[in-house]
Design a protein around this ligand. Structure first.
Ligand code: A2P
Length: 268
């Protein structure tokens, strides 16, 4: 019978999690976030990504997504772009509460505290949805045990695209435990490139001109105390990485911690 065929076609593949969407929030016609249930046995480190998927025409389709929620949260959060003809996001953007999302079992990634050598100040450089792993890390108390200052830099084309970041900061300031742990250690530096706003420009230009540091009231990059994490488009990663290298910082990994780490943000 057709009904049976459809059920078989949409059956959850073996060996992956099938989770239930608990919340969906759209920010702009290009950005949204969703939350879903978390399997009790699923463990990850704040900043890691997982393979998230949907059954499309009877086949599972997965893409890498940074988990935006912290490791202690009993739900999982994701911040996604919406691409009109994107293979996954054209479907993902229609998610409703109660829908099923697939997730492969093993998380991974380099934007983790373990991949950085100790330091004083942690810069998180992000553009667009590249803020997602940092949404996880700024809500993890471990980040504040490791660093005295945490500077979340987020650049988008338009002001409306910054809202997810501002909501995160509000959530932290109003959170009964996090507010105290974070104290005044967290700074949020948000800029836009294609609209009027008090803080304008690409993060790379703001680093090169030094305006980032003067706006924040901190000295320029210093390998003795500063650490970095970068998440954005391929071009943004390349340019930001070069600025850190020029300042004497070395790239780290899980096997060999260093002074900065990078990861490409999800693209389609
Ligand atoms: P711009 O508006 O000048 O292109 P996107 O949505 O295309 O991923 O861009 C997100 C943000 O990243 C935009 O503000 C964009 O600026 C900025 N951006 C794009 N390329 C680079 C780059 N090579 N270095 C730094 N920022 C970049």
């Amino acid at each position: 019978a057709p009904a049976l065929n459809k059920d078989i076609a949409n059956a959850v593949p073996a060996g992956v999690y099938a989770e239930t969407v608990t919340a969906v929030q759209h920010y702009t016609d290009r950005l949204f976030r969703f939350r879903m249930t978390r399997p009790a046995e699923f463990r990850f480190r704040s900043g890691e990504f997982a393979m998230i998927g949907l059954m499309i025409d009877g086949k599972p389709l997965y893409r890498a997504y940074s988990v935006a929620s912290p490791a202690w949260d009993d739900e999982l959060e994701f911040f996604s772009i919406k691409v009109p003809d994107g293979p996954l996001t054209s479907h993902l953007q229609n998610l409703k509460v109660g829908d099923t999302v697939l997730m492969r079992k093993k998380p991974t990634g380099t934007l983790v505290n373990d991949a950085l050598v100790p330091g004083k100040r942690l810069y998180m450089f992000s553009t667009g949805t590249g803020i997602a792993p940092f949404a996880s890390l700024i809500r993890d108390p471990e980040t504040y045990e490791k660093f005295d200052d945490v500077i979340l830099c987020h650049t988008c084309r338009e002001v409306s695209e910054l809202k997810y970041g501002f909501d995160l900061i509000d959530e932290i300031r109003n959170h009964e435990f996090l507010a105290e742990v974070v104290g005044d250690k967290l700074k949020h530096y948000a800029t836009v490139t294609r609209e009027d706003y008090p803080f304008k420009g690409r993060i790379t230009d703001l680093m090169r001109s030094g305006k980032l540091y003067s706006d924040l009231g901190v000295p320029p990059l210093d390998v003795a105390v500063d650490r970095g994490m970068i998440c954005g488009s391929a071009a943004m990663l390349k340019e930001t990485k070069q600025i850190l290298i020029d300042a004497g910082l070395n790239e780290g990994s899980n096997n060999k911690p260093g002074e900065f780490v990078i990861e490409r943000a999800f693209v389609d």
